[in-house]
Design a binder for this molecule. Structure first.
Ligand code: HPA
Length: 267
């Protein structure tokens, strides 16, 4: 089985609603087994993966990111569209807004971020100049424009370790450092996708203003509710974008590790 396009659903997106003839699959990887769903959409096969499990039972710091990305790689995936519920640090990015991230800041603490740990895989220092695929981001922007959806075409996503929300002091610091959005899952997913040479783009949905900016205390329920209210927007954007993706497309991301930065080991 070969599938070229994947959707990773974050908080509030647990269902590949747009897919037809959906079948459940299990993919084994050296990092663990991964359950996912494969279906058809506009004549192409698309795989859907619920990042937190379909019952939202896996917290951000315990997601098996390596298994997830390796499973998609094993299926032959070349393009990943990921959704993310995020808090906003930027007053121009309001609850309900969609943002196509172009940069990230990493404040995670205890997560393995690489497939390359020496040994047979060697050591790799992957380039992160454009962590999110510029071509997929351009397709997202085109899809949004086709749908007349207002979006923010760029934004810096800060990943915190979670699962707790941030303190207002942390949010003040992250804002000063240039962060626009805050979430708990962006890293290492984007990093591992790059190491796996898969194009990756994030559709971030602002669910709340971050702690200290929001006039009230934050709850996970508030995040889920905001996602539910806006789920239709995300679904139609994904459908429109998937229709624009050439499954066999070639991209520089597909050679992110093959270049001269690779040190030692064989692949
Ligand atoms: N902080 C971290 N992660 C989040 C937030 C937030 O405010 N909102 C949605 N995911």
């Amino acid at each position: 089985m070969t599938v070229r396009i994947a959707v990773i659903g974050g908080t509030g997106v647990y269902d590949p609603e747009m897919l037809q003839d959906v079948r459940e699959e299990w993919v084994s990887t050296p990092y663990g087994d991964v359950g996912l769903q494969v279906g058809r959409f506009q004549g192409r096969e698309v795989v859907f993966m619920a990042r937190h499990g379909r019952q939202h039972s896996v917290p951000p710091h315990l997601v098996n990111y390596r298994a997830n990305i390796m499973a998609l790689k094993g299926l032959g995936v070349r393009s990943i569209l990921a959704t993310a519920a995020v808090g906003s640090l930027n007053l121009d990015m309001k609850p309900g807004d969609l943002v196509f991230c172009d940069q990230f800041l990493d404040f995670t603490k205890g997560r393995v971020q690489t497939f390359f740990e020496g040994g047979p895989n060697g050591v790799v220092h992957v380039d992160m100049t454009e962590p999110y695929c510029p071509e997929l981001r351009a397709l997202l922007a085109r899809a949004a424009s086709n749908l007349k959806l207002p979006v923010h075409a760029s934004g810096t996503y800060v990943t915190t370790e979670g699962p707790r929300f941030e303190t207002p002091a942390e949010i003040r610091m992250l804002r000063q450092l240039g962060g626009d959005l805050v979430g708990m899952t962006g890293v290492p997913e984007v990093v591992l996708a790059r190491e796996a040479e898969i194009c990756y783009a994030t559709i971030a949905m602002v669910t709340n203003f971050a702690a200290g900016i929001s006039p009230h205390r934050l709850t996970h329920e508030e995040v889920i509710e905001a996602m539910q209210v806006n789920a239709a927007k995300i679904r139609s954007l994904i459908a429109e974008t998937v229709a624009l993706i050439d499954p066999e497309r070639d991209c520089l991301c597909h050679r992110a590790v093959g270049g001269p930065v690779r040190v030692g080991g064989g692949k």
